[in-house]
Design a protein around this ligand. Structure first.
Ligand SMILES: [Mg+2]
Length: 241
């Protein structure tokens, strides 16, 4: 039975207490590292601009993207389906021009408060995900509380490669991966490889991957949340517990 005084308990997708006891004996992480896409940034505009550029409806684009995700394919598999005669690389510059980079309107509404609370509580905050290097300046322009930021392009390696998580340990100046809680929306790119590397994990169930993916047997994130609203309190209780 789940102890209600242990708020760091993981919950399953329906919000019911997980069947296993929380790993509350584990020391609380002191560093919280956030994936970027669909954790900090709502990527709706990214995909809507692609749909517009390719001349198809946002609904059609999103449906095909969802099918690719559900099949376990790379999201780039969407392009041969929706625009078989187009090389998306040739449109990337125009896409970026129309997209205009990360903007305040793209931030999920719970992000800024969560990062402020974590910083106030003394947690180290790191922002690190699979992104081109130009996104770093765009993130900095959003003026989010943080201690370190890096993209996969800057680190020279992408998730789910374990070298990404090794680089993250160095970036965060951790001595042990378990000092880091990695918060990500994807099981395949975030939760599974971060856990395999020895990090604590928070699966954020939002965005297409967060909604469509399932946990494989034997993988139990330390936290499973639908938003960031509770995260600082859960971590604070875990640390104080
Ligand atoms: Mg993501």
């Amino acid at each position: 039975m789940t102890d209600p005084t242990q708020p760091a308990s993981p919950h399953d997708a329906d919000g019911a207490p997980a069947s296993e006891e929380p790993e509350i004996e584990e020391p609380a992480p002191r560093i919280v590292a956030f994936d970027i896409g669909e954790v900090l940034i709502d990527e709706t505009r990214v995909w809507a601009v692609w749909a517009e550029l390719l001349g198809i409806s946002p609904l059609s684009f999103a449906a095909v993207l969802g099918a690719a995700i559900a099949q376990g394919s790379d999201h780039r598999e969407v392009f041969p389906h929706v625009a078989p005669n187009v090389d998306p690389q040739e449109l990337e510059e125009e896409h970026e021009r129309r997209y205009g980079g990360f903007q305040d309107q793209d931030l999920y509404a719970d992000v800024r408060t969560c990062l402020e609370e974590l910083t106030d509580l003394g947690f180290s905050v790191v922002l690190a995900g699979n992104q081109p290097s130009r996104r770093t300046a765009q993130l900095l322009a959003l003026d989010l509380p943080h201690d370190r930021v890096a993209t996969s392009e800057e680190l020279g390696v992408e998730k789910p490669d374990e070298a990404f998580f090794g680089a993250l340990v160095e970036l965060a100046e951790a001595t042990d991966p378990a000092e880091i809680l990695y918060v990500g929306d994807r099981v395949d790119n975030d939760v599974a490889p971060a856990a395999a590397f020895g990090m604590r994990t928070c699966w954020l169930r939002r965005g297409p991957w967060g909604q469509l993916q399932d946990l494989p047997d034997g993988l139990e994130p330390d936290l499973c949340l639908e938003g960031l609203g509770e995260l600082s309190q859960l971590l604070s209780d875990w640390r104080d517990g």
